[in-house]
Design a protein. Structure first.
Length: 148
């Protein structure tokens, strides 16, 4: 009987993990699109990213030039990003917060200057998870930490 319970538990955990992986695949795809846009760094890449990833209902009233300027500022501030995630800070069905490093920094380095870490927060739309429900939350990790 205990073997049957163990088998059921393993199956439930397996299905739960599979569901989480499916949800994370969409979030990871959006994150990859952001990293590619960031590392390309052009105004065209930024505008394309916004048009392809923001929820379509946001686009008609969007101040496109302000969003482009925001992303361009982050690109100029950080330069190219490492394509690997340094740390997953939070993951929920419709929210992902990760830390990315400047290109050239190793993701296995445990002592990275917080000024070289970009925190990226993306919220996906519950009804259309291929789209962001708002623009990305971006900022240097050093600014997100409370003063000691």
């Amino acid at each position: 009987m205990s073997t049957l319970k163990s088998l059921c538990l393993i199956l439930l955990l397996g299905f739960g993990t599979q569901h989480l992986s499916a949800q994370s695949a969409t979030q990871n795809d959006l994150l990859d699109q952001f990293i590619r846009m960031h590392n390309t760094g052009t105004e065209t890449a930024i505008r394309t990213f916004i048009r392809e990833t923001y929820h379509p209902a946001l686009l008609p009233d969007l101040a496109m030039d302000k969003h482009v300027a925001f992303y361009q500022h982050i690109i100029d501030e950080f330069g190219p990003l490492n394509t690997e995630v340094y740390k997953v800070a939070d993951v929920k069905p419709h929210k992902l917060v990760v830390h990315l490093l400047k290109a050239g920094e190793s993701v296995i380095n445990l002592h990275v200057d917080p000024a070289d870490i970009l925190e990226v927060e993306l919220d996906t739309d519950p009804d259309l998870p291929n789209y962001l429900s708002r623009g990305l939350g971006l900022g240097a990790l050093v600014c997100a930490r409370p003063k000691e």
